[in-house]
Design a protein around this ligand. Structure first.
Ligand code: RRO
Length: 300
């Protein structure tokens, strides 16, 4: 059991946003598979069908996606959150996006009656013009959006950051200043792939975001730097597929981890990682994972 921003999780693993999170049934399946919390697909003001296909490709060492924020919009998603909440005690975090603070507020207010346990603000999607990283690359915009949502809701607000910036710490500090209770790091890394036979980019959107094993070292460095500078907890995400990856992320400074791409291979990844962390703790004589958060920051 761990506690993060007041939420009690049976273990430090969570389903990351965008993966299996478009219906209540698939979120519930992840809770049954052992996730300590689940984050929904990012939800916005208007229904969106997303970018044209191909929108996700497997490179072997990770995935590149440009889904393009497909979602049913907030009025149609409240039932999905309610259906999960009715059937489990596992915390449900609503990921939301918008083009400005007013959009974020409207979506947050629209979803609040479905009783999500926290909001995760998506200011980090790398390929959605006017949304995501268009906001998350600007510390003032992040502060503005975060404080606007914090002003109107009384549940924890987490902010998910992009690694595609010069200084992620400045952005994290802006979110913290504005009242965020946790930082989620990282979203996907800008990337593309080209089909050499046709000579065209593979993705329908031409470029997208890289996730999976290849991004773990990038995520670790972001979490390490954020932990050095912030007081609020950090949730680490990026390339975690084994308990060893999760322990590494926790030692960099994460209080909990989110798992995305690895769910495609095995939905038992949550319980496998949670069990592996527990065994490691027992073997090393630690009482719980909180005791190793940020361990890699020791100098001697
Ligand atoms: O939907 C997407 O294309 C998407 C989103 Br919202 C995001 O936050 N990160 C990502 O890699 N893809």
């Amino acid at each position: 059991m761990i506690e993060i921003t007041g939420l009690k999780l049976k273990n430090p693993t969570m389903l990351a946003a965008g993966v299996m999170g478009t219906t209540g049934a698939s979120l519930l399946r992840m809770t049954n598979a052992g996730a300590g919390a689940v984050v929904t697909k990012s939800i916005g003001l208007e229904p969106k069908s997303g970018h044209s296909n191909p929108s996700m490709i497997d490179l072997g060492y990770g995935f590149i996606n440009a889904m393009g924020l497909p979602n049913p919009s907030y009025p149609d998603f409240t039932d999905e959150i309610e259906s999960v909440k009715k059937n489990t005690d596992t915390p449900v975090i609503a990921s939301i996006f918008g083009g400005d603070a007013a959009d974020f507020v409207k979506v947050a207010e629209g979803l609040i009656d479905s009783n999500p346990d926290a909001f995760e603000l998506n200011v980090s999607c790398p390929h959605a013009q006017g949304y995501g990283a268009s906001i998350g690359g600007d510390a003032c915009a992040v502060e503005d959006v975060t404080s606007a949502v914090c002003d109107v809701v009384d549940i924890p607000v987490w902010v998910k950051l992009t690694p595609n910036v010069t200084d992620i710490v400045t952005i994290g500090q802006a979110a913290q200043r504005a009242g965020a209770e946790a930082i989620v790091a990282i979203n996907t890394v800008k990337a593309m792939a080209i089909d050499i036979h046709s000579g065209y980019p593979v993705l329908g959107n031409r470029f997208g975001g890289l996730s999976g094993k290849a991004v773990k070292p990038v995520a670790l460095k972001c979490v390490y730097d954020l932990y050095s500078a912030l007081e609020i907890p950090i949730i680490g995400v990026g390339g975690i597929s084994t308990w060893e990856d999760a322990v590494e992320m926790i030692m960099a400074g994460a209080s909990a981890v989110q798992i995305g791409s690895a769910v495609y291979d095995d939905i038992n990844v949550f319980s496998n990682i949670a069990d592996g962390i527990d065994e490691f703790m027992n073997e090393k004589g630690y009482k719980n994972s909180a005791q190793i958060v940020g361990l890699a920051h020791r100098r001697n």
